[in-house]
Design a protein around this ligand. Structure first.
Ligand code: CAO
Length: 428
């Protein structure tokens, strides 16, 4: 046997004429206990009203926009007699649950458990608080997707209420634009003041390269736990050799220290293959590369680009000198193709022609390390008997700490110094 019962608006505290902002059921729906029937909203809070009975909806008495009070009939529902049996009086009224004041907290307080078992007129509205106008069901949905609902400024529901579709749209946007949606937290934005209030200004659009580099660097900064290790290497002998090469009769090339650094880096990478690897996209394995290409950061009027020199271990200093000149010119003329910039295994960022003592370059992921170089200077170095003027080159090695640990980073730097301090070792 079945009985028809009415489910009414419960005790909602000392508030009257509360707006119905969502009706979640319709005639003919089979509903379960605790299923949200309607959502009410005052100026200060919103609440879902769950069903106190299971059955089939015979009639919906409310629509969005109606104003309700305690006792207003929400639906008529056909329930089995068993389900409709009245509960003991002591359990038939839950304690009044006032509409809470608006608070700034973003997270929703856990929903109070509805009184159980749920007789015909037992109501326990789930009250949610927070600035975002969304029902607890939508807040739960957002939380399940890792979305901080307070980040959704405005929903498409009545009075800007956030709907399920608004959450989905936010997630889609987050996925395409790379906004972090993990653990319910998003990246706090930097407030930009109206600079014109302080003086004259001029806005210039960023170049495409600036924008792409910015996006890539931000993503690397957020994704990679990076460590930068600094050291110096004595390149007095290397410099003497470089100067002699440059002054050779009939020489038309310009040999800079960078060429030797590329060769030394390749040798060290062969010795430490993890530096020539990348993490797989699921982060579960390391992909070791059997080729060895080095990217060189080049400063251009339009921004930073990183052309890649291929197969450097098998190329002579002379070949590399030709190639680096050609790629550098192409880069500055804005004529590099995407292929020129792909396939790098590790990169070098050399600021040595400009200056500097040390810096912390950012890994050009998915590569796992980058070598920074600043200006070499003459330093007094103790040779065991006296201080000697030696040419010292500062090096900065940044690595992805998920792949390379500190000891391996230090050993790699030692290997690099071994080759650079006597470049004849590169021949062995
Ligand atoms: N210490 C002292 N002098 C150095 C040096 C160093 N570490 N590195 C280069 N120099 C000298 C060179 O010997 C050369 O001297 P001369 O003019 O007397 O011959 C001068 O500085 C200029 O060198 P260069 O820059 O033309 O050549 P390079 O091979 O060292 O570098 C390139 C080539 C393409 C890397 C460089 O031109 C460049 O663009 N550097 C900037 C890279 C950059 O922006 N990195 C930052 C990335 S992170 O934002």
């Amino acid at each position: 046997m079945s009985t028809t019962i009415e489910i009414k608006v419960p005790d909602i505290g000392n508030v009257h004429d509360v707006d119905v902002v969502a009706v979640e059921i319709q005639t003919g729906d089979v509903i379960a206990v605790d299923q949200t029937l309607i959502t009410l909203e005052t100026d200060k809070a919103s609440m879902d009203v769950p069903s106190s009975a299971a059955g089939t909806v015979q009639q919906v008495h409310l629509k969005v926009g109606d104003k309700v009070n305690e006792g207003s009939v929400i639906i008529t529902v056909l329930v089995s007699d068993e389900a409709a049996a009245p509960a003991p009086v002591a359990e038939s009224k839950s304690a009044p649950t006032p509409v809470v004041e608006e608070v700034k907290a973003v997270e929703v307080a856990p929903a109070p458990k509805p009184a159980a078992p749920a007789p015909v007129e037992v109501y326990a509205p789930i009250v949610s608080k927070g600035k975002a106008h969304a029902s607890p069901a939508i807040r739960l949905f957002a939380r399940e997707l890792g979305v901080d609902i307070s980040q959704i400024a405005q929903g498409n529901g009545r009075k800007g209420r956030i709907l399920k579709d608004d959450v989905k749209t936010y997630v889609k946007k987050a996925l395409t634009e790379g906004i972090t949606v993990t653990g319910g937290s998003t990246l706090p934005k930097i407030a930009v003041p109206d600079f014109a209030a302080f003086g004259e200004i001029e806005a210039q659009p960023l170049s495409k390269i600036n924008k792409l580099t910015g996006q890539h660097m931000t993503s690397v900064w957020l994704n990679l736990p990076m460590v930068t290790y600094h050291d110096d290497v004595d390149i007095t002998e290397m410099e003497a050799f470089r100067v002699s090469l440059n002054s050779e009769k009939n020489n038309t090339l310009k040999y800079t220290g960078l060429l030797f650094i590329i060769k030394a880096l390749a040798a060290a990478m062969q010795q430490f293959p993890r530096f020539n690897s990348s993490l797989s996209s699921d982060g579960q394995s390391l992909i070791f590369k059997k080729y060895l290409n080095i990217g060189i950061a080049v400063d251009t009027p339009n921004g930073l680009v990183v052309p890649v020199l291929r197969d450097v271990a098998n190329k002579s200093i002379k070949q590399l000198a030709l190639e680096i000149t050609e790629k550098g010119e192409k880069a500055r003329a804005g004529k590099l193709t995407p292929a020129d910039m792909q396939g790098g295994c590790m990169s070098i960022s050399s600021l040595g022609g400009i200056g500097g003592k040390a810096f912390t370059p950012i890994v050009n992921a998915p590569e796992v390390a980058i070598l920074g170089v600043t200006k070499s200077t003459i330093q007094p170095i103790w040779n065991g008997k006296e201080f000697e003027p030696r040419l010292v080159l500062p090096l900065d090695l940044t690595y992805d700490h998920r792949v390379i640990d500190g000891a391996e980073g230090a050993r790699f730097m030692e290997a690099l110094k071994y080759y650079l301090s006597d470049v004849r070792r590169l021949l062995v």
